[in-house]
Design a protein around this ligand. Sequence first.
Ligand code: FAD
Length: 385
Amino acid sequence: MNRILVLGAGYAGLTAATILAAHGKRREDVQIAVVNATERFTERLRLHQTASGQQLADLRIPELLKGTGVEFVCGWVTGIDAGARTVRIDDDRVMEYDTLVYALGGVADTAAVPGVDHHAYTFDSVHDAELLAQRLARLGGGTVAVGGSGLTGVEAAAEIAEQHPELQVVLVGRAEPGSMMGPTAKAYLHGALERLGVQVRSGVEIVKVLSDSVELAGGDSIAADVVLWTSGVRVPPLAAAAGLDVDERGRVVTDAALRSVSHPEVYAIGDAAAIRQAYGVMHGTCQSGMPTGVHAAVSIVRALKGKEPKSFRFGYYHTPVSLGRHDAVVQFTRPDNSPRRLSLTGRRAVWYKETVSAAPWPTYGRMKRFPRSGSLWPRGGRFTR
Ligand SMILES: Cc1cc2nc3c(=O)[nH]c(=O)nc-3n(C[C@H](O)[C@H](O)[C@H](O)COP(=O)(O)OP(=O)(O)OC[C@H]3O[C@@H](n4cnc5c(N)ncnc54)[C@H](O)[C@@H]3O)c2cc1C
């Protein structure tokens, strides 16, 4: 019996699980299980909508996997014994594997700055986003400081400002918002933030978060009733603790086929993996996470047939950014994520962004029935051809 265990049913893990499920149905000698912290699928791409008080669809992973023969385990992974090839769950259950798919994602880095852990809200789970929504609904006025001026910070600031016009939103970070975009898209993004009344404080560093303010390097501070932290990425320490080779951020270092370089029976995908391409190590996105899930699943199926896995190749192709519910900007990119001249703005960008955000769940449904449809998932630009 080949026991395949997928840890994490986010964008990457669920992609791998649904493709494996489709292949597993035709084989008696394959057993597939998926472990995830919640039964509900976390649409991370939409957590800023949850945080600003919008209700999202309740997407249930066990419903999706029904009839596939895949075992779904709702639980928290607490440890991996890479030597014994076992995984421990928080109910003390121990699960054995022959092949492990490590897809536990990442969370905001709340350890980097003192006070974040105690005083800031995050987008680490639906529950965290809901807590922020409840707090914002009770405020009735005041200031929300969004720490981190990357795209998650931008989307959050715009969404909160639009849904809560009674609040002053300040976006605070080192980088200029949209700094990775071309001039047209960047100017549009800044115009939208200004229209929504978001105050931008870029080129500054938050050195401490307090209950009523954020302290900046140089001694200045910004008064804030609520702080949302979106900066940095921290991955679960499980891989490092299990003795897998990890990079300086704790992400599993993979070979070209997405297998751990130290433990080839472990495939690492999504935000939890350090995957090198010609342009450098990939940064975590859903855009790249789903293709890593496709590739890992296809490689596992090849291995079951006695074939060698192929190398994974990915190039970025777009950066879609929502600016509230009625505006958006999409920067099209080269495979290395540098901006092309082409961008979309306004209504066409809103449609594009919504189409992208809504795509994963129906795609899982298709992949579990027609595994080859996974290979149709875009792998990126010219680099992949
Ligand atoms: C607000 C926001 C907006 C974003 N917008 C975009 C966007 O527009 N485009 C884009 O490409 N990317 C976007 N991202 C980034 C994107 O969401 C991530 O890159 C993507 O979710 C990574 O997928 P993943 O499967 O690796 O991890 P995740 O989707 O985070 O999935 C990890 C899963 O593992 C589970 N898990 C973690 N630890 C444990 C444990 N110990 N035990 C059991 N289960 C565990 C989690 O519950 C989760 O289900 C956004 C992120 C945020 C927060």
